[in-house]
Design a binder for this molecule. Structure first.
Ligand code: ZN
Length: 294
C-alpha cells in the first residue's frame, strides 16, 4: 500500500494510491463496515490499524472497485503533504554510511548517532523548500526514512521490523552554518519547512527487503549521491531496536536512517543549494521526492 496525506478542507487526510488515483482511507474503511478514523490522518490510521494494514489494503481495493465516492482524484491533481503530517517524533541517524563517515573525516561510530528534527520542519513532495534566507550553506541529504506502525519499547533486533509500517524518501535538508555554530546540531536541522518527505509511505510488503534499495540524489539533474541501503553501518532493525531501548516508539514516529557520501558541503569546492535549484531523491521501489528551493 502507498499511503499519502492529501489536503482537503484545510486538513490533511490519509489516502491510498492505486494506479494514478487516490482513495480516501477513512471512507474506504467505513464503506466496508469498519470503524472510521477521527482525525482521518495517517498517524491515526497507524494507531488504530497498524497491526492489520493488510486489511486496510483490502478495504481500499474493494472501495476502488465498488465505492466510487471514496475516489478523491488523480494523485497529480492533489496537494500532498508529508505522508505522516504530525509525527510525535522525528529521529535521524547521523554518520550511518561508511563512505559518508570517511568524507567527514570522523572515526566510524561505535553506536548510532541519534538526533532529532521537529515535525514543523516537514514538507510534502512537491512543496518548495523556503529556507535559503536563513543560511548561506543550505545542503541536501538524501535518505531512506522508516515510519513506525506499532507501539514498542525495548525490542530485540530480530523483532524490530515488526514495528515498522513502511518507508518513505526523506531529504534531511541542513543549514550547515547553523549546524556547526555550537556543539548541538539542532539549529541547522530545525529550520521551518526544510525537510521534504514522501511522496508516499510505502508499506514493507510492497518494498521487499528495505536493506537492499538503490538510493540516488540529484541536483538540477546531476547525480550527487548514489548508494544502496545495504551499505548502512547500522541496519534498520538495529536502529529501531537501539532507539527502543531508551524511548517508546509510537505509530507515526519517523526514523531517518542517514545519508551516504556526496553531500554539498564535502565537495571541493562546496556546492550549496540556491533558489531555483531542483533537488531529487530517488529510492528504488519507494519513489522520487522532487522539490524546488526558494
Ligand atoms: Zn541526515
Amino acid at each position: 500500500m502507498r499511503l499519502v496525506s492529501y489536503r482537503s478542507q484545510d486538513r490533511w487526510r490519509v489516502g491510498a494510491v492505486l494506479g494514478s488515483a487516490v482513495h480516501d482511507v477513512d471512507h474506504a474503511l467505513t464503506g466496508n463496515g469498519r470503524p472510521g478514523l477521527a482525525p482521518a490522518t495517517t498517524r491515526e490510521l497507524l494507531r488504530r490499524y497498524g497491526d492489520v494494514l493488510d486489511e486496510v489494503d483490502a478495504a481500499v481495493r474493494r472501495a476502488a472497485a465498488e465505492l466510487p465516492s471514496a475516489r478523491v482524484g488523480e494523485v497529480t491533481d492533489l496537494h500532498l503533504g508529508p505522508p505522516v503530517d504530525d509525527p510525535q517524533k522525528v529521529l535521524c541517524i547521523g554518520l550511518n554510511y561508511d563512505d559518508h563517515v570517511a568524507e567527514t573525516g570522523r572515526a566510524l561510530p561505535a553506536h548510532p548517532d541519534v538526533f532529532a528534527k521537529f515535525a514543523s520542519t516537514l514538507l510534502g513532495p512537491g512543496d518548495e523548500i523556503h529556507c535559503s534566507q536563513v543560511t548561506d550553506n543550505l545542503d541536501f541529504e538524501g535518505e531512506l526514512a522508516v515510519v513506525i506502525g506499532r507501539t514498542g519499547r525495548d525490542v530485540e533486533p530480530g523483532a524490530a521490523l515488526d514495528l515498522v509500517a513502511g518507508v518513505m524518501v526523506l531529504n534531511d535538508i541542513t543549514a550547515r552554518d547553523l549546524q556547526y555554530r555550537g556543539t548541538q546540531w539542532l539549529a541547522g536541522k530545525a529550520v521551518d519547512a526544510s525537510t521534504p518527505c514522501g511522496p508516499a509511505l510505502v508499506t514493507l510488503d510492497e518494498v521487499g527487503d528495505p536493506q537492499n534499495l538503490e538510493l540516488e540524489t540529484r541536483v538540477n539533474g546531476v547525480r550527487m549521491q548514489r548508494s544502496n541501503t545495504k551499505h548502512m553501518i547500522f541496519p534498520i532493525a538495529y536502529l529501531v531496536s537501539y532507539v527502543s531501548r531508551f524511548l517508546t516508539l509510537s505509530p507515526g514516529d519517523v526514523i531517518s536512517t542517514g545519508t551516504p557520501k556526496g553531500i554539498g558541503s564535502k565537495r571541493n569546492p562546496p556546492q550549496w543549494l540556491r533558489p531555483g535549484d531542483v533537488v531529487e531523491v530517488e529510492v528504488e521501489r519507494v519513489g522520487t521526492l522532487r522539490n524546488t528551493v526558494r
